[in-house]
Design a protein around this ligand. Structure first.
Ligand code: SF4
Ligand code: SF4
Length: 383
């Protein structure tokens, strides 16, 4: 583990740029911290913190000068690998008929930009979300070529969390606050009375090659200890938990639990929770023609299980009520995802809680189902 000073962040960006990476990092825009391309370190939202609670998000100034003193915002890294709007191919009318251009699934596609992305500032929960995205898009029997091309050339700079966000529960899901692999480089930012600095860990050969160009010195034992303590503080100050013991079975066994009615009375089926989630992967396909009829485009767009059309099958929607749609979303994340992919589909980032306009919190819904289940079991035992 090495110590690097704050000035090394600019060096890191420029080293990555010299290696032809498009450098993507947190930036402050329109009152929220989102991810977008940055040219230099001055664009990072330094000395800002995002104050989050169920249904509430606010960016404030920090007292220190931290580069990564914020948590996760309304955007996710998946938008660069699995874009919200993606052209699959286009059909051009010709004198003799038509021709197809840019088939994203062909070897000679021209719709997949050949960018090399460097993601800078990826939180441990989001590192794990990328691993879940991999299972869906490139490790199964159906490979999304566009995703795979971008993912293979990607560089990940993770940042361990030393403060818990207002809605996080990564500790329950085993995904944070410390990253366990899945990165090329990993930073732990330490602030305090001094100016602040980073401890740097290397996770790959590609990472080691970049790290060689950063001015650094070996971290001393007291600095390492500070990092361990800071990450432990984030763990113990996390305000939410999700009890994962038998969660899959508990939800599958309680599809008629009254809590689904309670949550449905509040849910607006706005789909915000699915749009901000780093692991939601549903999409739909649409054909779009221009007004002259000369060109038609087939595009893939993000979809959500909260829309009525999502479950439309031969004359009607099979999930016509908010209750059925909320239950579908939550039981997929926390029950049937395990059957499909062997792990939970939630990384505990808390985005769906923060960005739900009515503050619905899936950890509370799960707790309510578990508690009532327990009391009914107790009741039965007493009878
Ligand atoms: S379900 Fe909510 S907490 Fe879990 S990964 Fe998605 S947005 Fe994050
Ligand atoms: S749970 Fe919240 S964010 Fe999700 S659809 Fe319902 S109201 Fe919208």
């Amino acid at each position: 583990m090495e110590r690097i000073e704050y000035s090394a962040i600019e060096t890191l960006l420029q080293v990555l740029k010299r290696r032809d990476y498009v450098t993507l990092a947190p930036i402050l825009r329109e009152g929220a911290i989102i991810y977008d391309e940055v040219e230099n370190a001055s664009q990072l939202p330094r000395a800002f913190v995002d104050v989050q609670a169920a249904g509430s998000y606010r960016v404030e100034r920090r007292e220190d000068n931290a580069y990564f003193g914020h948590h996760v915002g309304p955007t996710t890294w998946k938008k660069f690998l699995f874009p919200p709007l993606f052209e699959l191919f286009r059909v051009i009318r010709t004198a003799s008929g038509f021709r197809i251009e840019g088939d994203a699934n062909s070897e000679n596609h021209d719709t997949v930009p050949q960018h090399k992305y460097a993601f800078i500032g990826v939180r441990p929960c989001d590192v794990q979300a990328l691993a879940l995205n991999d299972k869906v898009f490139q490790n199964g029997p159906y490979v999304d070529r566009a995703y795979k091309v971008r993912r293979e050339s990607m560089f990940v700079v993770a940042v361990n969390c030393t403060e818990a966000g207002g809605t996080c529960f990564c500790d329950s899901m085993g995904t944070g606050p410390k990253a366990n692999g899945g990165y090329d480089l990993c930073l732990t930012e330490l602030t305090g009375d001094d100016e602040g600095f980073f401890l740097l860990e290397v996770g790959s050969e590609r990472g080691a090659d970049v790290a060689k160009e950063l001015p650094s010195r070996p971290a001393d034992p007291s600095e390492r200890e500070r990092a361990v303590e800071a990450i432990q503080r984030a763990r113990t100050s996390m305000g939410r938990t999700l009890q994962t013991d038998r969660l899959r079975e508990m939800l599958a066994d309680n599809l008629d639990h009254p809590e689904w009615d309670n949550v449905a009375r509040r849910c607006l089926t706005c789909a915000n929770c699915t749009m901000v989630c780093p692991t939601c992967f549903c999409s739909t396909v649409e054909d779009v023609t221009d007004l002259t009829g000369a060109t038609a485009r087939r595009v893939r767009t993000w979809d959500s299980c909260f829309t009525l059309e999502f479950s439309y099958i031969h004359g009607g929607s099979i999930r016509s009520t908010p209750k059925s749609r909320y239950r579908q979303w939550m039981t997929h994340k926390l029950s049937r995802w395990v059957d499909q992919f062997g792990e939970y589909g939630c990384v505990g980032c808390g985005r769906c809680i923060t960005w739900c306009p009515v503050g619905i919190d899936l950890t509370e819904v799960a707790r309510a189902i578990r508690e009532r289940q327990h009391s009914s079991i107790t009741l039965q035992e007493e009878v």
